[in-house]
Design a protein around this ligand. Sequence first.
Ligand code: ZN
Ligand code: ZN
Ligand code: ZN
Length: 327
Amino acid sequence: MANSLELNESAPNEQEAILVDPEVQTLMQQMVDQSSYSIHPKVDSKGISYPEIAAIFPNKTELETKDFLDNLVQAHVLNFKLLDKVILCPTCSSASVYSKYNCPRCSSFDIGKASIIEHIRCGYIGSLEKFRNNSQLVCPKCNGIVTEIEYRKIGTSFECNSCGSRFEAPKISHKCNSCDDVFTSREARYEPIFEYSLSEQTKKALAGGRIPLTSIATTLREKGYNVGIKADLVGKSGATHTFDIIARKDGKLVVAKFTFEPKEEDIIGLFAKKYDIDPTYTLLIALSPPSKEEEAVSRAYGVKILHSSANAPIGEQIVKLIEPTDI
Ligand SMILES: [Zn+2]
Ligand SMILES: [Zn+2]
Ligand SMILES: [Zn+2]
């Protein structure tokens, strides 16, 4: 694994240092293999988790996962975006929590919303329910029948069915679905959830081939290819061209360059090298899928774009391309 991770010794920085960490390499490899470069939170009865991380490191706790991601943000490997904040149970950390309204005076949960009306003639103010008398509205103070034009809506308020008090806003409590604990907002854990994505720097590092080269070279070598990484070839013109991968087998020559997102300039740059070297296959290996336009441009220039996806790692795609019957 180590030979594909030759770093530029002259410019070691925090990001490059962390990229060689085995756990970080595993994460990057997973991202490249899945062609998915962001990490999304999942909120459920187990609390906050990050399935992309849990899939690779099933033993990491919530806290360890958070530390791992925080470190990657600090080293500028990942960017983060605050998505939301969630209420977690202070006892069991579950996010499967629902809110309850309680009476601020007696704490009863048996409260209801009430429309408050005023009997214009006598000035009595009370909830609509108190006026209801069979199908009519009758004023509880003056006992007069109240028609629709004889009262004024004052607003909505809450009323407690246990102690009868009326209030503007209920006291809010939360109940945990997992452990049945009831807690106040003061006691609740109120945690941010983030979405993480690769920083531009990391995209460059990946496109520079440091991470994906490892598995591609391994696959090709297993299939009997002679593989050179970051190797040079001299063209017909006498110019030297550097490729991320050069692979040979049975008289066939494959040259490949890496890019994060395939762009027309990458394709044209590669075409110039292809013209001078005349390999059997010229590949642009992209870490994200090309657009229709880029596909068309690449066909016109005789450059094949391969991009990583969950069910077809790049190394296997190369072998399949060159030896279609072999797989
Ligand atoms: Zn009450
Ligand atoms: Zn009245
Ligand atoms: Zn709980």
